[in-house]
Design a protein around this ligand. Structure first.
Ligand code: PRP
Length: 214
């Protein structure tokens, strides 16, 4: 039997995913050791697990180096890869929003020359160009995006809002909602055919557990 390979987004999402898989009898004790190791194997079940940076998970799954990926919808939207999105795990829930100072709301609604700072340029473009038909300038940042409107680098940000506490602590507000985000299971298109039975079984198990979460 070939190995079935999972690419997991390193961090809290990978930990939560392993908890779900454990409930289905899929375990990987080695992963609990918190080492710097990035690949783990369950020889008995012929499974492999990669711990990848979230934004790289779609790349592993699209290339077929991983059969199944577990990653946030934010990453899937931004990366736009050719994958089967098979399941919403209903965890890691947050949303995409446009945020900034309240005073900028008018400019946001009417202006054609808005500067938008974001870690997610494709999502920002999709929202402003396709949905709002607004021309904007994008400033790509890699983190702590909330800084940008405060120091005058941008008018607004497009970012993930979970509890809202980062915005609040920095005097910023949600000015427009873009879309909800949660963790998704994605599958490589070829693996879906070649390993259909094994993959379908795993998806079914995860589906039941995700359903219980609602
Ligand atoms: C994310 C996001 C916001 C924050 C939202 O950043 O970019 O800054 O979390 O969460 P909250 O609404 O619960 O405050 P992350 O912690 O991933 O760090 P980063 O800014 O360095 O990317």
């Amino acid at each position: 039997m070939e190995y079935l390979t999972f690419a997991l987004a390193k961090g809290r999402l990978a930990d939560k995913t392993m908890e779900l898989l454990e409930q289905m009898g899929i375990t990987c004790d080695e992963m609990k050791e918190n080492s710097r190791k990035l690949i783990f194997t369950n020889e008995e079940l012929k499974l492999k697990f990669f711990l990848a940076k979230a934004s790289d998970v779609p790349t592993y799954v699209e290339s077929g180096t991983a059969d199944i990926g577990i990653v946030g919808k934010d990453t899937l939207l931004e990366e736009g890869r050719n994958l089967y999105e098979v399941l919403d795990l209903k965890m890691g829930k947050c949303r995409f929003a446009v945020a900034g100072y309240k005073e900028i709301q008018d400019k946001l609604d009417n202006s054609m020359d808005l500067v938008v700072a974001t870690k997610y340029p494709n999502i920002a473009k999709e929202y402003f160009y396709q949905k709002k038909h607004q021309t904007i300038e994008i400033v790509k940042l890699h983190g702590s995006v909330e800084l940008a409107p405060i120091v005058g680098l941008s008018d607004v940000i497009v970012d993930i809002v979970e509890t809202g506490s980062t915005l609040k602590a920095n005097g910023l507000e949600v000015l427009a909602d873009i879309c909800p985000v949660s963790a998704r299971v994605v599958v490589n298109r070829v693996s879906m055919k070649l390993e259909h039975k094994r993959i379908a079984e795993i998806i079914e198990g995860l589906k039941k557990l995700a359903g219980e979460k609602q």
